[in-house]
Ligand binder design. Sequence first.
Ligand SMILES: Cc1ncc(COP(=O)(O)O)c(C=O)c1O
Length: 426
Amino acid sequence: MLTFTAELARTCRQQFPALNRLHDGKPLIFFDGPAGTQVPQHVAEAVSHYLLFNNSNRGGYFPVSQDSDRELGRALQTFATFVGSTDPAEIMFGQNMTSLTFSFARSLSQTWQTGDEIIVTATDHDANITPWADAAASRGVAVRLIPLRPADCSLDMDSLKNTIGPRTRLIAATCACNASGGLNPIDRIVALAKQVGANVFLDAVHYAPHHLIDVARWTCDFVAFSTYKFFGPHLGVLWAKREHLERLTPTKVRPSKNVLPWNWMTGTQSHESIMGGCEAIEYLADIGRHVMKQPDTPLRPALAAAFEAISEYESRLVWQLIQGLLSVSGTKIFGITDRDHACQRVATVSFIHERVATPKLAQALARRGVCLWSGNYYALEFTRQLGLEPDGMIRLGLVHYNTAEEVTRFLEIYRQVLQEDFAIGA
Ligand SMILES: Cc1ncc(COP(=O)(O)O)c(C=O)c1O
């Protein structure tokens, strides 16, 4: 087994200047990864290196533009490898996952007919619901919402099986739920879609910091994600099978050449963010090379090693957190809490305290130096189905730079806040 040790976590932390920030003389606890992770020094340097030395638009005759084009070509290759594709023409960049999905939904929906149906899920962020619902409305297409199973907030696969049919054109589903941390069964979703010839659009935004995206194994059609969720800058990325990109019509201005994949990207991209995103991928690959003790390992196997080690490490942390939270009476977690199903979740935990208003609890924890989020984090169907609007839940998201000491400190702070601010003994 490839092990991500506590010592390696400390070494990784040294590469993230933000993690040194103090609050009341103590280090902040960064449990806010699901809304955006911190960034290693090398990623920031890659962004500034591009701006200082290679900054140019695409396709010029002169050296800076040619250098920039070479770097962008390398970036397409790096991102293709990251998702498990061999074809750099299948990678599109954009402002963020939401914008890419709105724009792509417009193109894909042109192939739908009145009477068709699409499927979205209550485990999804609204960025993988509203773009499809809007596109469906413009084409007279029905939208079916697959609910959660309230016991563990997993996707109700029986409902999916019963809902899918010959008129289903698309299943839009997340790989990992950004509210519960639950992993959706991608293989089963894709298999069901294939039975009726539907496409599958996967949201890998919440999955990408924890597990390796694998479009070749998943045999899905589209995968979207954002690099700011896995140690990179603000940048959206969409992978689509080449056959779809050749078949569909992109939204583009006339002078933009009809050459993949750039014809699918509107306007000039944030080249510096693309460079930073590549460096985030290299950062992860270096973790893999470290745990394998093989510094020359190529990118894809290095990433596979990194995520194997990272996910096992995060799993240890999240069970420490879950057990600690559950030992505080009045705490209710929304998601998998049964260790036998550990492999079906990532290290994101959402909870409420039955006797404290969630925004007040979130503010009290934040005042003591815990970086966290509360509300619905745009997983609106999730909180609606569970009757948790408008306050939602507190969300703690752990990544590989978090430590067991931070979890212990957080649990102490949680008990202290309940006692001191709300007069509740744990
Ligand atoms: C699961 C999930 N999907 C989609 C998004 C939207 O991503 P972006 O901010 O890149 O549009 C988020 C953002 O929080 C998310 O957590």
